[in-house]
Design a protein around this ligand. Structure first.
Ligand code: PFF
Length: 452
């Protein structure tokens, strides 16, 4: 039985909702600390190369699978290939996105907490006090786990409102707001004394820092940031109309995603350099260094500092929400259509599973440091496993499927909207999806596992 499906209502809705999935903590939290840890400008160059070479063709590929089949991820992969086995790739995506939602909600919960604390003016004190505050908070067994659950529940309630009323409406409001907030903070950060050093760090490459590790991290970051390899784009594309130009949509979304990431860098590094904070302080960058930055940079005008800090954490919460919505939707659409459950019941399955994982992830960096896998906290392990292994694997299998097992006619029809577009880039896309994408990802995965 096929379940009645609703599509996105407008072109703008499509772009905003899909860009909303792509733009998230990956851009505003993960990208800056990855850039800080991997040498600044060279990391950005590697990241842009990965987006152009692998990201955009990968996105178009997932769009093709989703729109062609107009079904949840598992069914979409099975139906475009006419071989049930390929449904496994969709299932892999559903598992990957649920794992990401589990640990992502922890960081989103931290942001929610920091938003509350900055509203009541609680982020005060010297550097040690702010560091101690974060360490104490993240080590608390109850509070962060609770906030992670709250975040997943907020996501749940948007999801049960459905595609148009929930996802599309939320994205139309949140995305422009996010962009505006970002611009204001970038302007404030770049106008601080000594901010230029941060701009240099971001844009003047030091090629001696280029290494295979930088490329590995850039690949993981590019896929994570574009929500690629999780079947998320495939699920959203199943709500696209027949008139959506897939290549154009992918390029626009990749552009917006890069732009927001670079703006996030411009928001953080100039301010960090201005007050002498190290750029490579890792995942805690935005929770330990930034409150310091806001305080020191606006010491003469503490109210402005507080307003900027509230805006910053509000921005993070918005960005995270549009992404958690998309991760949640992948599983919800699957259970809704495959088990013939009502949407709200299907959504509960995902919500409960992700809440459980989220609590364990939160405990692994907090109360129960013993929750370790391969020498990493469960949270870091989930990040590593998804960004560096499962996402590239999902994208690799998708490109092998499209490049070698799907009829060229189907690809051409989807790429050109059944001949109504000229499709000048089709030969390039076909070559990319058949050779470039699979070979590059394979080499990178082999390198990761020490085969080469
Ligand atoms: N792209 C999101 C971000 O940058 O924050 C993260 C993400 C969303 C990953 C959806 C995977 C996914 F399915």
């Amino acid at each position: 039985m096929r379940v009645e499906r609703v599509n996105f209502g407008s072109k703008l809705g499509i772009i905003l909702a899909t860009a909303g999935s792509a733009v998230g903590l990956g851009n505003v939290w993960r990208f800056p600390y990855m850039t800080g840890e991997n040498g600044g400008a060279v990391f950005i160059i590697a990241y842009v190369v990965c987006i152009l070479l692998l990201g955009i063709p990968g996105m178009v590929g997932e769009f093709i699978v989703g729109r062609h089949s107009q079904a949840n991820a598992a069914r979409a992969y099975a139906s475009i290939s006419s071989h049930r086995w390929w449904g496994f790739v969709g299932l892999l995506g559903i598992v990957t996105s649920s794992i990401i939602l589990g640990f992502y909600a922890v960081v989103a919960g931290w942001c929610l907490h920091y938003l509350g604390v900055s509203i009541v003016g609680g982020l005060k004190g010297d550097t040690e006090a702010i560091t101690a505050y974060f360490q104490q908070y993240s080590a608390d067994p109850v509070k962060p786990a609770f906030m992670g659950i709250v975040f997943i529940l907020i996501t749940h309630f948007v999801i049960v409102r459905g595609v148009q009323r929930g996802i599309e409406k939320a994205s139309k409001v949140l995305m422009p707001l996010l962009f505006l907030l970002l611009l204001v903070i970038v302007a404030a950060s770049c106008s601080l004394p000594g901010a230029f050093q941060g701009v240099e760090f971001l844009f003047r490459p030091d090629f001696s820092k280029l290494s295979s590790r930088v490329f590995l991290e850039a690949l993981g970051q590019a896929f994570f940031s574009l929500s690629l390899g999780t079947a998320c784009l495939c699920t959203y594309a199943s709500y696209f109309s027949r008139h959506t130009n897939l290549l154009r949509a992918a390029s626009q979304i990749a552009f917006v995603d890069c732009l927001i990431a670079v703006l996030a860098g411009l928001m953080i590094f100039p301010a960090a350099f201005s007050v002498g904070v190290q750029p490579d302080s890792g995942p805690s960058l935005i929770f330990i260094t930034l409150p310091n930055v806001f305080q020191q940079a606006f010491a003469a005008m503490p109210v402005v500092g507080q307003v900027i800090s509230v805006m910053f954490y509000a921005l993070l919460v918005f960005a995270a929400l549009t992404s958690t919505i998309s991760m949640h939707e992948i599983g919800t659409a699957f259970f809704h259509e495959e088990l013939h459950l009502q949407r709200r019941h299907a959504a509960w399955i995902v919500t409960v599973a992700c809440c459980v994982l989220s609590v364990f992830c939160s405990l692994s960096v907090g109360g129960f440091g013993g929750l370790q896998v391969m020498g990493m906290s469960l949270m870091d392990f989930c990040d590593f496993l998804t960004a560096q292994v499962m996402l590239p694997l999902g994208a690799l299998l998708t490109s092998v499927l499209l490049g070698w097992f799907v009829r060229s006619r189907v690809l051409h029809d989807e790429f050109t909207n059944w001949g109504t577009l000229r499709g000048l880039w089709f030969p390039v896309y076909k070559f990319g999806v058949r050779y470039v994408v699979p070979i590059c990802i394979l080499l990178i995965l082999m390198h990761l596992f020490g085969v080469i």
